[in-house]
Design a protein around this ligand. Structure first.
Ligand code: HPA
Length: 273
């Protein structure tokens, strides 16, 4: 079993030396949603390229920064520049931002992502709160990360998503009058987008949105006792559900379109936490 404490001691210590405060809420920004970091007061930004052992984010729209910021009197750690499987990174590398947040005593994690809409009622531009997740295809990697040594840890994913945190996000959507869908986020590892046949299967099995991140971060966060929820920005119809060819450009463009609502939803959620 991997020992993240040992593997990333140096990384955590390098961050800990520079932080202006211990963050209360960690927000991981998904593809095209990185601008949110500029919409709150930044106190200190740490380039992830300056951190020992921190993977380099190679994806367009993912800047590599850990921002220590403030909004509504809350202390935030904003992760700009997610690390993905499809870039060739391992699960322990992908969950590093969550590990760092937990080591800085942060207890609340809001994960965000861009996702393809599988549910026929969803359209590009919709926001979706995850009611549950499917990570069936990463169980092996998760076992090596979380281990099977503790029954408590094995059961802890049952606490995802945090009811309390989800309720605050729902309340925020009502107060801001933003339509918030709810559904199952389904992880595919990439590296390419899904085939129409894969989407058909995911749909039959109850998936509402599909994406290449978040689930392992959520499972890891829940396993170490952090309150966690996830918000997806539906950026496109999943493969085969529209005649249009799927592209990262479309993902970025739709995220751009929805970023004002996204910002209002996340800001109001922070206020209510
Ligand atoms: N599939 C996988 N990941 C995604 C998609 C998609 O359709 N859209 C945005 N991220």
């Amino acid at each position: 079993m991997l020992n993240l404490n040992a593997k990333y001691r140096n990384t955590v210590e390098t961050v800990a030396k520079q932080i202006p405060f211990e963050p209360e809420i960690c927000i991981v920004l998904g593809s095209g949603l990185g601008d949110f970091a500029e919409k709150v007061e930044t106190i200190k930004s740490i380039a992830t390229s300056s951190l020992p052992q921190y993977p380099i984010s190679t994806v367009q729209g993912h800047h590599g920064f850990l921002h220590f910021s403030k909004y509504a009197d809350k202390k935030l750690m904003i992760v700009q520049g997610r690390i993905h499987f499809y870039e060739g990174y391992s699960i322990s590398q992908c969950v590093l931002p969550i590990h760092i947040a937990s080591k800085l005593n942060c207890c609340i994690i809001i994960l965000t992502n861009a996702a393809g809409g599988v549910n026929p009622n969803f359209k590009p531009g919709d926001l979706m709160l995850a009611s549950s997740m499917n990570g069936i295809n990463i169980k092996k990697e998760l076992a090596s990360l979380i281990g099977l040594t503790s029954l408590e840890k094995r059961n802890s994913f049952l606490d995802f998503p945090s009811k309390d945190l989800s309720e605050k996000i729902r309340k925020a959507s009502l107060e801001e009058k933003i339509l918030l869908r709810e559904g199952v986020y389904w992880l595919t590892k990439g590296p390419s987008y899904e085939t129409p046949a894969e989407i058909k299967m995911i749909s039959k099995f109850g998936g509402d949105a599909v994406g290449m991140s978040t689930v392992h971060e959520a499972i890891y966060a829940a396993s170490i006792g952090l309150k966690t929820a996830s918000i997806s920005c539906i950026t496109n119809f999943a493969a085969g559900l529209s005649p249009q060819k799927l592209s990262h450009q479309e993902v970025i463009e739709t995220a751009e379109m929805v970023k004002k609502d996204f910002e209002r939803l996340v800001k109001k959620s922070i206020e209510l936490i």
